[in-house]
Design a protein around this ligand. Structure first.
Ligand code: AMP
Length: 212
């Protein structure tokens, strides 16, 4: 299975990608996770990566495409992968096509998970994450304890810098301008399939499974 998950920030691509990755035993490749983990470990010599990620702008394409090219060549991607957060603009979409041509494989599906922006702003800006175990909380639906200590592992619960409301709105604007054309591109190629991400995650997963 070679799948691209597309959709605005906060629509639940990550949640669905983790579930699909387990179900179909293929790696989940999230460029956002790769950048955040790399920044936490200080592995990027290019200082602009930090600047772009923390301000909600796209990291330059040459850096991002290079990371994806290397990752897709790893042996665990031989039987498939789920891409989450890449490609995010037309340059990246065309670069992905070239990488897959070099690997002599092609995409099976591009899944577009969509929801209204107002729902997404509420969802993302209320999100809190445990630094240690990654457990996800939400100020409205699943609030963390007042001391912000994770009951599951004792780690600190925090808000991602780019989950703050002003940055979320910026990320949605970037998405609208740069990523929507990629969706049109895949629609024109006839491999785009759309599901509703404004409902409960289980319902979205059922819709995805029935489509792919
Ligand atoms: P995400 O968790 O997917 O919303 O990504 C968080 C941040 O990582 C984005 O706001 C960008 O700064 C960076 N990023 C993730 N994926 C890409 C990509 N495909 N191209 C450029 N920057 C990216």
């Amino acid at each position: 299975m070679r799948l691209v998950l597309m959709g605005p920030p906060g629509v639940g691509k990550g949640t669905q990608a983790v579930r699909l990755s387990r179900r179909f035993s293929v790696p989940h490749i999230s460029t956002g996770d790769i950048f955040r983990e790399g920044l936490a470990k200080n592995i990027f010599s290019d200082l602009s990566v930090k600047e772009h990620v923390y301000s909600g702008r796209l990291v330059p394409d040459d850096i991002t495409v290079g990371i994806i090219r290397n990752r897709l060549m790893d042996s665990d991607c031989a039987k498939g992968f789920i891409l989450d957060g890449f490609p995010r603009n037309l340059i990246q979409a065309k670069a992905l096509e070239e990488i897959l041509e070099d690997l002599r494989v092609c995409l099976d599906d591009v899944l577009y998970i969509n929801a209204e922006f107002d729902i997404l702003v509420k969802r993302i800006s209320g999100r809190r994450i445990c630094q240690k175990c990654g457990a996800i909380y939400h100020m409205l639906t699943n609030p963390p304890p007042q001391d912000c200590i994770c009951p599951q592992c004792g780690g600190n619960i925090y808000q991602r810098i780019d989950d703050r409301e002003d940055t979320v709105r910026k990320r949605l604007k970037v998405y609208e301008k740069l990523t929507k054309p990629v969706i049109d591109y895949y629609r024109d190629l006839g491999i785009l399939k759309t599901v509703d991400g404004g409902v409960e995650a289980d319902k979205t997963l059922d819709a995805i499974i029935s489509i792919i």
